[in-house]
Design a binder for this molecule. Structure first.
Ligand code: FAD
Length: 313
């Protein structure tokens, strides 16, 4: 029985979190058929095979380049039928959540999101309460949709070549009732929700004029920049950089927190990061309890040295 994977794209590239979804499906066993919607850059489809996929269904219609949720759900339902797949795996994201909900209705499938481990029979482990606890959910439906959290499984990099098949879904006007008329890109070289490394600053940085050193460290690491809530409330940084319970929730491989105290509301947005590094001059700052590595020192001394050391690598 094949497993269908929704391979989400951004800027004509397959997202790393979607490649993780392919690896997750491969670890479940059986054929893994990934659906890629819209046009993608050369070399992108090959990544599906490397990540463990056996087949790619590519619907390269330019109308599917944008995140048209209704159309995506229709195409995926059709692709699941074509592939004979009762299980769909996708990466949890805002687009993924919207598509998965509609797809579950279309397929009559049970849906579980925020999944952090491979299923054990019909039981799936999911993260709840912003990563503070886990729940084991039993999927009793015949058809299943599993939305996995970023970094839930290691990305496979030694898969073979996946067969690519052009897929022309039977779309209708009803699938394009909502239309994206314009898009405004958030500033920043790396987008925060997708970033593999995040360098984040808090009130300890004293003011917006000191953000140069955060940006320089982020540039050296190819990271996105984030901030605590008060920092965005005071407009030192744009609102879309605010990380936490009431902001963006991130799951990077590395989260570097500079001059952030580590209030529970901030931790709620970062506690599924793989590694957390805290730089804070107060050794009693609560963030150190959640840190894998910590530097109890003045950020204004440490950060420039750290950036220099990284640049010298
Ligand atoms: P502070 O608490 O002022 O901490 C600054 C830190 O910088 C201190 O630990 C200090 O030791 C350190 N420091 C100072 N100078 C230096 C230096 N030179 N070098 C190194 N370290 C230094 N907050 C969020 O971030 N995200 C949220 O989503 C969020 N949602 C919230 C929702 C609700 C309902 C509520 C009530 C609060 C929420 N908050 C949120 C706010 C949260 O409770 C904290 O107030 C906030 O996270 C603190 O931000 P901070 O750590 O930048 O500032």
């Amino acid at each position: 029985m094949a497993i269908l994977v929704f391979a989400e794209t951004a800027d004509k590239k397959i997202k790393k979190s979607s490649l993780e979804a392919v690896s997750y499906a491969a670890a479940m066993g059986g054929d893994v058929v990934a659906v890629v919607l819209g046009q993608v850059e050369g070399g992108e489809l090959e990544k599906i095979g490397t990540s463990g996929g056996t087949k790619v269904l590519h619907a390269d219609d330019a109308k599917l380049n944008e995140g048209v949720i209704q159309a995506y759900a229709s195409v995926l339902a059709e692709a699941a039928g074509k592939a004979g797949a009762d299980t769909v795996v996708l990466a949890k994201s805002s687009l993924g959540d919207a598509v998965a909900a509609r797809l579950s209705v279309k397929m009559g499938a049970g849906l579980v999101s925020n999944v952090v481990a491979l299923p054990q029979g019909n039981k799936v482990k999911r993260s709840i309460y912003t990563g503070k606890a886990f729940a084991n959910v039993e999927l009793k439906s015949g058809k299943k949709i599993i939305a996995i959290k970023k970094n839930a499984v290691p990305l496979k990099t030694d898969g073979g070549a996946a067969a690519v098949e052009k897929f022309t879904p039977s779309l209708s006007d009803a699938d394009f009732k909502a239309k994206i008329t314009s898009q405004e890109k958030a500033k920043g070289k790396v987008l925060l929700p997708e970033a593999d490394i995040v360098v984040s600053g808090g009130r300890g940085l004293k003011g917006p004029e000191n953000w140069g050193m955060v940006e320089e460290l982020a540039d050296a690491l190819g990271a996105a920049t984030g901030c605590s809530k008060p920092v965005s409330d005071m407009e030192w940084r744009p609102h879309h950089e605010h990380v936490g319970q009431t902001g963006v929730k991130v799951s990077p491989s590395l989260y570097i927190a500079i001059g952030i105290s580590g209030a529970i509301q901030h931790l709620a947005g970062v506690n599924s990061s793989k590694y957390i590094v805290v730089i804070n001059k107060d050794p009693e700052a609560p963030f150190f309890k959640a840190a894998d590595y910590g530097v109890a020192a003045d950020a204004f001394e440490v950060v420039p040295k750290l950036t220099e050391a990284i640049k010298a690598l």
